[in-house]
Design a protein around this ligand. Structure first.
Ligand code: SF4
Ligand code: SF4
Length: 86
């Protein structure tokens, strides 16, 4: 199991107000994650998903992250963080 899983994102150089693409970079710490699904359920844009073969969330659509922080503020184990992309 990897120590961290980082979403693949490509912030553009354009100002945030005009830029399309992710607003946040999602980092998951699999060793801390207990697989409770809370972050997946709270994500309004379906960035996160669970797959049967994996015990921690998959960042399946990183480009849809709005940096709303619903996921990391509700994780009971501090196993997911979102850094805003300027
Ligand atoms: S809320 Fe936290 S502990 Fe629960 S599945 Fe998401 S990252 Fe893992
Ligand atoms: S910050 Fe918001 S949009 Fe991004 S993964 Fe978390 S819940 Fe989803």
């Amino acid at each position: 199991m990897p120590d961290t899983v980082v979403s693949v994102s490509s912030p553009a150089a354009a100002p945030a107000a005009k830029r399309k693409g992710p607003r946040g970079k999602v980092v998951i710490y699999p060793n801390w994650c207990k697989g409770c699904h809370i972050c997946v359920d709270f994500c309004p844009t379906e960035v996160l998903a669970f797959i049967p073969s994996q015990e921690y969330p998959l960042v399946q659509q990183p480009e849809k992250c709005t940096a709303c922080h619903f996921c990391d503020t509700h994780c009971p184990d501090f196993a997911i963080i979102v850094r805003s992309i300027e």
